[in-house]
Design a protein around this ligand. Structure first.
Ligand SMILES: CC(C)(COP(=O)(O)OP(=O)(O)OC[C@H]1O[C@@H](n2cnc3c(N)ncnc32)[C@H](O)[C@@H]1OP(=O)(O)O)[C@@H](O)C(=O)NCCC(=O)NCCS
Length: 158
């Protein structure tokens, strides 16, 4: 009887599938920020600086939160942040932001970042980073302001 475990094989298949799913560019959604990574945005080893990507993500999430709030928002917390793959100079960076939860004054936004690298007439997409960012709607004095009521499908195009 063969005593070999099938676990490594299954794990290999599952990892491959989940990595492929990670890399499917969401063509049915609208990126909130789309920008090309430039040489000025690199770290000392020539990859794109993580802080630059985080700034794009904060802007992307902030735009969605501002549209919902109908007024200014401030970033209060980043509850998760994962860098899956590096970004290179010349990559097209697209930040997709979607509201996960709305509280009395806070808006929780999931931001997913894809890079698209041009090669041989094709654009190869890779999911590079994702984060969950919380914004608070504030008045002009920076005091939390109650969010307006919105329809459940508000901002469906994000
Ligand atoms: C954001 C800020 C206005 C909140 O003020 P506050 O007095 O803590 O307000 P509250 O305690 O009433 O909290 C307001 C909301 O934020 C949420 N919140 C506050 N701190 C949080 C944290 N660390 N993590 C997650 N949510 C938080 C609360 O749960 C509440 O949500 P809800 O109204 O939907 O229930 C204040 O902390 C602030 O000005 N922070 C600095 C923001 C900033 O400068 N950001 C960087 C530049 S944009």
């Amino acid at each position: 009887m063969c005593m070999l475990s099938t676990r490594p094989l299954l794990w290999g298949i599952m990892t491959k599938i989940s990595m492929q799913e990670l890399d499917i560019f969401p063509s049915d959604r609208q990126p909130t920020v789309r920008i090309m990574a430039m040489p000025a945005n690199t770290n000392p080893i020539g990859k794109v600086f993580g802080g630059w990507i985080m700034a794009q993500m904060d802007v992307a999430g902030g735009i969605v939160a501002l549209e919902y709030s109908g007024g200014p928002v401030v970033t209060v917390a980043v509850t998760s942040m994962e860098f899956h793959k590096p970004v290179q100079v010349g990559d097209l960076v697209s930040c997709f932001a979607r509201i996960q939860k709305v509280g009395s004054t806070s808006i929780t936004v999931k931001v997913e970042v894809f890079s698209q690298r041009a090669h041989d007439g094709m654009l190869k997409a890779t999911k590079v980073t994702e984060a969950v960012i919380i914004y608070v709607s504030v008045n002009s004095d920076g005091i939390p302001r109650k969010l307006p009521e919105r329809e459940t499908n508000f901002g469906y195009y994000w």
